[in-house]
Ligand binder design. Structure first.
Ligand SMILES: NC(=O)c1ccc[n+]([C@@H]2O[C@H](COP(=O)([O-])OP(=O)(O)OC[C@H]3O[C@@H](n4cnc5c(N)ncnc54)[C@H](OP(=O)(O)O)[C@@H]3O)[C@@H](O)[C@H]2O)c1
Length: 244
């Protein structure tokens, strides 16, 4: 599909796998990352050349709505259609609630929830003009199921799910679909903090007893954004190997 796609947190982990998947499928990409790095830009050029697409790095820090707005101005200035927004970037704070400083709860919501709302509001200005678009938000099974040490993170991902559902019902009239993916444990840097706090129980509830590969999450994000999913709206798709 030849579409123009915004992906946050595209420099590593699941976001990088999403970037590679969309490029492979012939999409052009605004690759959002926190700060400029030469290796990142070299890799983007390599992926773009290999797949015959354009990939433009856009830098902003999700803890600052001013930074998000400045970054988005670059996208808006291109006057290009925005077909897909993937709100992938996120942070995890994993600890028992009574050991969780209020500041960590606020930081978690700032990046995982408020920045998603800020960027989505900006992108919708374009998508509503177009009367088309697909938004895929990154939730987590931690926002659906009960896990200890997940109060800040799990609550932020539950908020992402609530946002996804409410927004999907508002935006359908504009031809815009909004869905979410809820991964289980996935092989990225982030999972280290979960592993450290899990006491060896990380995969206890996972029927397939393994972590997801970032590419397996990326495939579902791509599917939800594609025309193959044209009648899927307001849904949360678990990609977690099943539950015991
Ligand atoms: N890994 C899992 O097991 C798992 C499970 C369920 C859901 N998820 C969700 O999947 C998404 C991706 O996770 P991941 O595992 O790929 O995590 P990761 O490897 O830790 O990568 C997180 C990405 O988010 C970016 N990011 C974080 N804070 C940012 C900020 N303030 N401004 C701009 N960018 C920021 C990071 O940029 P920097 O490189 O600059 O830090 C990085 O690109 C997250 O929403 C996460 O909650 C992950």
């Amino acid at each position: 599909m030849e579409k123009n796609v915004i992906i946050t947190g595209s420099n590593r982990g699941i976001g990088k796998a999403i970037l590679k998947k969309f490029a492979k499928e012939g999409c052009n990409i605004w690759a959002c990352a926190r700060s400029p790095k030469k290796e990142f830009e070299d890799e983007l050029k390599e992926i773009a050349d290999k797949n015959g697409v354009w990939i433009e790095p856009i830098y902003f820090d999700l803890t600052s709505s001013e930074s998000i707005k400045t970054g988005f101005k670059q996208i808006w200035a291109s006057k290009k259609k925005i077909d897909v927004l993937v709100n992938n970037a996120g942070i995890a704070f994993i600890d028992l609630f009574q050991l969780t400083p209020e500041q960590k709860i606020r930081e978690t919501f700032e990046v995982n929830v408020f920045s998603v709302m800020t960027l989505t509001q900006l992108v919708l200005k374009m998508m509503t003009r177009q009367h088309s678009g697909a938004i895929v938000n990154m939730a987590s099974i931690g926002g659906i199921d009960a896990y200890p040490a997940h109060c800040a993170y799990g609550a932020s991902k539950a908020a992402v799910i609530g946002f996804t559902k409410a927004l999907s019902s508002e935006m359908a009239q504009w031809g815009i679909r909004v869905n979410a993916v809820a991964p289980g444990a996935t092989e990225t840097d982030m999972i280290v903090s979960f592993e450290n706090k899990s006491g060896g129980n990380l995969l206890k509830n996972c029927a397939m007893k393994r972590k997801a590969k970032p590419e397996e999450i990326a495939n579902t994000v791509y599917f939800l954004s594609s025309d193959e999913a044209a009648f899927i709206n307001g849904q949360v798709i678990r990609v977690d190997g099943g539950s015991t």
